[in-house]
Design a protein around this ligand. Structure first.
Ligand code: ADP
Ligand code: ZN
Length: 372
């Protein structure tokens, strides 16, 4: 078991990582289970998969503690992060009589977590929520740090708020049912922590990544706890990404978002897969600038390929050129006028924000990679 505190002044909260935590939910979340009105009821939001898989475990544990769950179940997938579903969810919470002191439980991956977090940011100007992330990606990344959002026609995550959860409960056992492809996609964000800030962790992942992907308990818990510890430290120091610190978490994401946009944010390329390839490109581009060696860039790519993640842009078979990918980047939330801060590597285990990157050079670099 590991408990990691996200040390935000006045709003500090714990991230608890422990096998079997879902089956002990009521004890672990006891301070946040109040029940609205006079009913000992707890609002839980899930998608149809997490509802089907984990409803019984959660309900029987809640029942033993004298609580019952009220469920709001969404379809799996990004479409749930929409104005329409947000409206229904907010209306549902208000109809239940949820107050600012109540806590909504988010049982699912990043989609459920982002949606619930945003709803809780705006219902009565902010009610509480507890994250129970069920994908590796949500466990190591989106459930911690308070970024919440929905998608609109103009793009992903453009409407949102910073709203921190009161507690994050991570049960690695729920990853047993996660499809392998989703597991690998989440693992890309684990590798990200090694590459951006912890060379020893990166080396550990090179040696033990297969155990993590196979859900071996000790390896999995170590990978999750190390990832969260780094995220917690960064979020505590730079909650709203006003310094360059939280931006480091975007390693691989500028290239990655362009690839997601080019593939239509579809199943063709999952977010984690795009980030994986984005990190390969960031490493190669860093080598092209002479900041890391070609051998180190190859090492980063090797760890990504070894996890079964996409490591070659050419292999993706995109029918576009580098300029088209750069065009997607210009729409990035982080775009500042005609330039874009790029996350590059000073060494394996040390990322930094480069502000002197010329987008036409990126286009030329990508043309080379597309043809490689
Ligand atoms: P992410 O956390 O990567 O943003 P999503 O919330 O989109 O992911 O979830 C990815 C998919 O995995 C969805 O189809 C979701 O229903 C499913 N899923 C989430 N958690 C589990 C789990 N523990 N077991 C099986 N499927 C799961
Ligand atoms: Zn990401």
């Amino acid at each position: 078991m590991a408990v990691i505190e996200v040390a935000l002044a006045g709003r500090a909260y714990d991230v608890v990582i422990e096998e079997g935590l879902l089956a002990r939910f009521a004890e672990a979340a006891a301070p946040f289970l109040k029940g609205y009105g006079h009913a000992r009821k707890v609002p839980v939001v899930a998608d149809t998969n997490t509802h089907r898989l984990y409803r019984t475990a959660l309900e029987s544990n809640l029942a033993a503690a004298g609580y019952a769950a009220d469920w709001f179940v969404v379809e799996p997938g990004e479409d749930a992060k929409s104005w329409g579903v947000l409206e229904r969810l907010c209306d549902w919470l208000l109809a239940l009589g949820v107050t600012r002191k109540d806590h909504v439980i988010a049982l699912g991956g990043g989609v459920v977590g982002d949606l619930v977090g945003f709803a809780c940011a705006v219902v009565k100007r902010g009610c509480g929520f507890v994250q129970v992330p069920t994908t590796l990606l949500a466990q190591v990344d989106s459930s911690v740090g308070g970024k919440t959002a929905i998608n609109t026609k103009a793009g992903k995550n453009l409407i949102g708020a910073f709203h921190q959860p009161s507690l994050v409960l991570i049960d690695p056992l729920v990853l047993a049912t996660l499809p392998d492809r989703e597991m690998r996609a989440g693992y890309a964000e684990v590798l990200k922590y090694g590459l951006l800030g912890d060379a020893a962790f990166f080396a550990w992942l090179e040696a033990n990544g297969d155990k993590v992907l196979a859900r071996e308990p000790a390896a999995l818990e170590h990978a999750i706890a190390t990832s969260i510890a780094m995220k917690a430290r960064i979020v505590a120091e730079d909650e709203r990404e006003t310094l360059d610190l939280r931006a480091l978490l975007n390693l691989g994401h500028t290239f990655g978002h362009a690839l997601e946009a080019e593939t239509g944010f579809s199943d063709r390329l999952l977010h984690g897969e795009a980030v994986a390839l984005g990190m390969v490109l960031a490493a190669k581009y860093s080598a092209r600038r002479g900041e890391i060696s070609q051998a180190d860039a190859a090492r980063a790519a090797g760890a990504i390929a070894a996890a079964g993640l996409p490591a070659s842009l050419a292999a993706l078979g995109l029918a576009c050129d580098g300029a088209a990918l750069v065009d997607h980047m210009r729409h990035d939330k982080k775009a500042e006028g005609t330039t874009l801060p790029f996350l590059l590597l000073r060494q394996l285990g040390e990322a930094y924000v480069a502000r002197d990157v010329d987008l036409s050079d990126i286009a030329a670099f990508l043309d080379g990679e597309l043809a490689a």
